[in-house]
Design a protein around this ligand. Structure first.
Ligand code: TSB
Ligand code: ZN
Length: 582
């Protein structure tokens, strides 16, 4: 989908359209006061204080109508430059503008205003010449937004919109938006009964329904087997730790704003854990290790809790309670390259199995000039960064480098993907860490009998099961491959009276697979349509011919063809496809 911010002309159109919207709002609600109205990737928005008025669905077409009328009037958009004093006088009764102006520095800022007819707004510009150019727009949605994004401040009302050069581009975009909304995992998750949420449980705390639980269990089994083959040892640890544990790890000082607050229990102070690394450090430290034991790979499907801003929480994609497909790999410095390579290969292998093609590798490196942000050990950084690059080049994967984006404790590789709606997200991650092993005083004995400190690789292939499920639902538009599908085979008798018994036997025969027998007294066409709506990968239809010949007739999702086979052939087809992750 188009990124409005990346196109100069469209940015200008959208910015001017935000002003046009503000003018229309002012006409309809004269008490309106305006905060900021920036251009964003998806178009524009304006944050507005409407006093006691709360916007409703009916207001949006009214605002659009007024915008059309104003655009038709065709007033010119005129720029004036004024001094800070003049600006303060001009907007003296508008606390939002006063807030902006008082933070401007007179010496190096030209304060500019733009006027169109009876409406003037403080703005840096640039704008189109006349509102006449703003013909092809649409207001998309509205929501509440705290002033300056701070929940302690007043809630303003934000209206989003988009503007194009011509009607054709606008319609194409609206069509793409509708398709994206259809693909949004929040819609699919609801329609296919995969997850829900409830105010009584809390924001960002999804409840996985039986269908979702099947998907999750399949994902767990899948990655567990892969990791086991690669020598990972899986553990279970509690999802709380003491404040002292997180003081030792450094999270208490550096990550506290992302954590739930502390709980006092008897004389212990607990936090819900935001990460599992400290627990795994303690498991490593539980035994003495020789250089020959390394790498040691400790994996866990571990539940974490993080404070995410309420506006950022999104379906399964960004949650406050999540389960990571986590592992910490304890390696000798000479093993960094080889172990990192195995992680990247595992990522590639998994993405191939899931048919994920549209992703970017981002290699986040330190800014060598920034001595404050990064843990100080030039030699360690230079060697590690060179090693990571070398591995990526050897593997022939394309990646981009992000200087200054590394974590304090080491460089990292993230995989970025684009969800149906909203900005890019990180799926897989692999982070090198020189620091945590030192904070936990971890060691191994080298070949000369001396104590050495291992390096840790933090890695999550799925990221979290939550985010990965969200992504896979969007990638497949809810039509999951056979092996992941909550229902694999939906069996429909043509006529319950004559064919149900055969179907019941068939269901028993297929007890190794996840089946549903639709024995409701509904019309065949209705049940078939519903089977497609539910995205069942295989729908079996049993009529008299199948009963007489002891056969199975079935349709695959997305196909109108019906195939007829024997029961053994049917079972073989299912097993083969499940095995091949087809
Ligand atoms: C990989 N300590 C490391 C771990 O060892 C760690 O926690 N890394 S992380 O902070 O990057 O998180 C791992 C992955 O979790 C991310 O790559 C991302 O895919 C996923 N994730 C992070 N925050 C959320 C969230 N709020 N909701 C869903 N998934 C998330
Ligand atoms: Zn970690």
């Amino acid at each position: 989908m188009i990124n409005i911010k990346e196109n100069e002309r469209l940015s200008m159109l959208n910015h001017s359209c935000a002003h046009l919207m503000a003018q229309a709002v002012k006409h309809l609600f004269p008490e309106a006061k305006f905060w900021v109205g920036p251009v964003i990737e998806e178009g524009f928005y304006y944050d507005i204080d409407l006093g006691d008025k709360v916007l409703t669905e009916e207001d949006i077409p009214k605002i659009e109508k007024e915008m059309k009328k104003l655009a038709k009037d065709g007033k010119r958009i005129v720029r004036h430059e004024i001094s800070k004093q003049e600006a303060l006088e001009m907007f003296h009764d508008d606390p939002y503008k006063i807030d902006l102006i008082s933070r401007m520095n007179e010496e190096d800022t030209v304060i500019s205003c733009y006027t169109q007819g009876d409406f003037t707004d403080l703005c840096r510009g640039p704008h189109v010449e006349s509102v006449k150019e703003l013909k092809h727009f649409k207001l998309l949605k509205f929501s509440g937004a705290y002033w300056k994004g701070d929940a302690k401040n007043k809630m303003l009302q934000r209206i989003y919109g988009i503007c194009f050069e011509n009607e054709e581009d606008l319609n194409k975009h609206l069509q793409e938006l509708a398709e994206a909304q259809e693909r949004d995992h929040r819609k699919i998750g609801k329609d296919l009964k995969i997850f829900m949420s409830h105010d009584l449980v809390g924001k960002g705390m999804p409840l996985w329904l039986p269908n979702g639980a099947i998907i999750r269990k399949e994902l767990e089994n899948y990655i567990y087997k892969k990791e086991q083959k690669l020598g990972y040892k899986h553990v279970y640890t509690p999802c709380v730790g003491t404040v002292d544990l997180y003081k030792t790890s450094g999270h208490w000082d550096h990550y506290q704003e992302n954590m739930f607050p502390m709980m006092q229990v008897d004389d212990e102070e607990f936090v819900l854990r935001p990460m599992n690394c400290p627990h795994h450090m303690l498991i490593y430290a539980n035994e003495l290790h020789s250089y020959r034991d390394l790498p040691i790979r400790i994996g866990e499907f571990a539940t974490d809790f993080r404070y995410e801003a309420s506006g950022a929480v999104k379906g399964l994609e960004r949650v406050r309670s999540m389960c990571q497909n986590d592992a910490h790999l304890f390696v000798r410095p000479d093993q960094i390259g080889e172990e990192f390579k195995k992680v990247v290969e595992l990522i590639l292998d998994v993405y191939k199995d899931f048919g994920i093609k549209d992703y970017k590798f981002r290699l986040s490196l330190r800014d060598p000039l920034d001595k404050e942000k990064y843990f100080d050990d030039d030699k360690m950084w230079n060697e590690a960064e060179a090693k990571l690059r070398e591995v990526l080049n050897d593997l022939g994967v394309s990646y981009f480098e992000a200087i200054g984006e590394a974590a304090f404790y080491g460089p990292k590789l993230d995989v970025e993907v684009k969800p149906a709606v909203g900005p890019e997200i990180t799926l897989s991650t692999c982070q090198l860490d020189f620091l945590l092993p030192r904070r936990f005083e971890l060691s191994y004995i080298d070949n000369e009998g001396n104590k050495q400190t291992p390096v840790v690789l933090h890695r999550a292939i799925f990221g979290t099961f939550d985010r990965f499920t969200a992504f896979i639902l969007e990638e497949t538009k809810g039509s999951l491959p056979l092996w992941l599908s909550p229902i694999q085979v939906n069996i429909i008798p043509v006529n319950n009276e004559y064919h149900l018994e055969y179907c019941e036997n068939l269901q028993q025969e297929l007890s190794d697979y996840r089946t549903n027998l639709d024995s409701r007294n509904e019309k065949l066409s209705y049940k078939m349509r519903e089977s497609v709506i539910n995205k069942n990968p295989i729908t079996v239809i049993i009529g008299q011919k199948e009963v007489d010949n002891k056969t199975v007739s079935y349709r695959e999702y997305g196909s109108e063809d019906t195939k007829t086979v024997t029961l053994d052939e049917f079972k073989e087809m299912l097993s083969k496809r499940i095995l091949n992750k087809d």
